[in-house]
Design a binder for this molecule. Structure first.
Ligand SMILES: [Fe+2]
Ligand SMILES: [Fe+2]
Length: 283
């Protein structure tokens, strides 16, 4: 199979593919409104109420035990205020992308959602311990979108994707390395390109770019470390499916960046594990 030799070649191939996830009309209107500096909650709420499944999903997320707001939220406008524009936009993007994921890669939406909640939870615990002040909502968004590059591979390079998954099933190699062997690029880099294109902030797309190579990150290194750990824990707990069964050792470098130890990780696992039964909120 042909390797992708240049970035231009890659972009050209991706652009030629018809079914790369694009945002449906209502979603892109909402997304445009969010990008507007003085966006109005009322306008977004109105646009959103035209898409009942999206509104229902937003309310399910905001009322899920992961978010844990003390009182029940009934109004979409209230939910928009509580979640903030970045989380809202990530949910909108993943809404359309997860639909594509269901057909191409069963289990990836559960993997992404659990990773999102784990990343958010780690950031909250780090704040509580005054270790750092990383925004938990940014980590939620990064977790939700971190493996979106796999969808690009699955749709733009169908045959290569099949081969990658087949090799990953019997190989002791990280998935990103196998993608590199076959395509010269991996899902972390592709995801970064896509998320940047969709105008999300660097605090979301840079950790995505480095979630398998925390040591290479420059800005937002701690965010990349959280994302790496959240992804690792999701796979270690066997939640959803990320494309490969191989599990590397926990990333000691990421632990040292965040100044946490295995006991911290153990308590995170105890706190998040029961949430595995809540992953239907994206259905
Ligand atoms: Fe990944
Ligand atoms: Fe992942």
């Amino acid at each position: 199979m042909k390797k992708i030799d240049t970035l231009d070649e890659l972009i050209a191939t991706v652009k030629k593919t018809d079914n790369i996830p694009t945002l449906p009309k209502v979603l892109s209107k909402i997304s445009e409104e969010i990008d507007n500096d003085n966006f109005s909650i009322k306008n977004i709420g109105e646009l959103m109420s035209r898409d009942i499944s999206l509104s229902a999903r937003i309310l399910r997320i905001v009322n899920s035990p992961f978010y844990g707001f003390p009182q029940r939220i009934y109004s979409i406008n209230h939910a928009i205020v509580l979640l903030g524009s970045n989380v809202l936009k990530s949910i909108i993007i993943s809404t359309s992308v997860f639909t594509a994921m269901k057909e191409t890669m069963a289990g990836l939406s559960e993997h992404s959602l659990f990773c999102a909640f784990t990343a958010k939870h780690i950031a909250e615990n780090l704040r509580a311990k005054k270790i750092n002040t990383i925004d938990p909502d940014i980590m939620f968004s990064a977790g939700l979108l971190h493996d979106i590059g796999k969808i690009i591979i699955a749709t733009a390079f169908k045959d290569d994707f099949k081969k990658i998954i087949e090799i990953a099933g019997k190989s002791e190699k990280p998935l990103a390395d196998i993608e590199h062997d076959i395509l010269n690029i991996s899902h972390d880099q592709l995801g970064y390109m896509l998320i940047k294109e969709w105008n999300l902030p660097p605090s979301i797309y840079l950790p995505i770019k480095y979630h398998h190579n925390v040591n290479l990150a420059d800005d937002f290194k701690a965010e990349a470390a959280i994302l790496n750990l959240a992804d690792f824990l999701t796979r270690a707990l066997g939640i959803g499916f990320s494309g490969a069964s191989y599990l590397e050792k926990i990333n000691g470098y990421a632990l040292s960046i965040l100044d946490i130890d295995i006991d911290f990780i153990k308590s995170v696992i105890e706190e998040i594990y029961s949430f595995k039964d809540e992953l239907h909120i994206f259905d």
